[in-house]
Design a protein around this ligand. Structure first.
Ligand SMILES: Nc1ncnc2c1ncn2[C@@H]1O[C@H](COP(=O)(O)OP(=O)(O)OP(=O)(O)O)[C@@H](O)[C@H]1O
Length: 243
């Protein structure tokens, strides 16, 4: 099964920035990293893929569905965290997760065990009775990740998931993602950190100036060098076209 499939996808903002002509697949059982510099278009592309932003051109399918027309079908199938973790500040971490589980279609009888499992997986039990607004930045990020992952979605989209995590959190995240990809989920993560994704990604796609400009082999040596070569060659080609 293809988790996510985009064809000729695009959206241009006023002023010309945006993403253009995106052809991309994230397959089931694969951990796919999206790498680009600040402003390259990673978050915009992820929003388009998830149906949070309307495309002006092209199409997206998640597990065969148009994400802008199949919210109910996709709720249990998709887990995502884009930019900032959303949580109700007045509710405890546990109550937030219970609510999230229900919204993602976890049956009432399974909510308690689902939440307990993810609290353990992301080492959040100690904070389970703390109100979300009192959590540290890193623990709020863990809570957002827990909410995205707890229902074991078949399609996972995470924007800079290691933001604000301490080294222990980074390891837990890495293990959680590898486990889910191994179990058949289609996983897409964005990052600026090549070293981090190189350890776990099956595919690395490079985005620059809103376009996909190539891919990198995760296990290749000199990954950083190869990344900058791609980006600089693309920047030069654009400058020549613009001149
Ligand atoms: N709503 C919007 N209106 C106008 N321009 C926007 C909008 N959202 C994003 N942009 C622009 O689109 C481009 C891509 O932004 P995006 O946030 O997708 O990049 P990114 O790769 O996620 O960056 P970062 O790594 O800094 O988070 C940037 O030039 C940004 O300023």
């Amino acid at each position: 099964m293809t988790g996510i499939e985009a064809a000729r996808l695009g959206r241009t903002f006023a002023g010309g920035a945006g993403v253009h002509d995106i052809d991309m697949r994230v397959d089931a059982g694969s951990l796919h990293a999206l790498i680009g510099l600040n402003g390259a278009g990673k978050s915009t592309l992820m929003r388009l893929l998830l149906g949070m932003l309307a495309p002006q051109r092209g199409s997206v399918r998640i597990a065969g569905h148009d994400p802008r027309r199949a919210e109910a079908e996709l709720g249990p199938l998709v887990g995502h965290l884009i930019e900032y973790p959303l949580a109700y500040g007045e509710l405890t971490a546990r109550a937030n997760l219970e609510l999230g589980a229900r919204l993602h279609g976890v049956p009432a009888a399974e909510v308690r065990t689902t939440v307990a499992r993810v609290l353990d997986e992301l080492d959040l039990e100690r904070f389970s009775d703390v109100r979300a607004r009192r959590l540290s930045l890193g623990n709020r990020q863990r809570l957002g990740l827990a909410s995205a992952l707890q229902h074991d979605p078949r399609v996972i989209v995470l924007d800079e998931p290691s933001n604000a995590l301490d080294p222990a959190g980074v390891v837990l995240l890495r293990e959680a993602l590898v486990r889910r990809a191994r179990d058949g989920a289609a996983v897409l993560v964005s990052s600026h950190h090549l070293d981090e994704v190189a350890r776990i990604a099956d595919v690395i796609t490079v985005i620059n100036g809103g376009r996909i400009i190539g891919s990198l082999e995760p296990r290749q040596s000199e990954l950083e060098h190869a990344f900058f070569e791609l980006v600089h060659a693309d920047d030069r080609a654009r400058a020549e076209v613009a001149a």
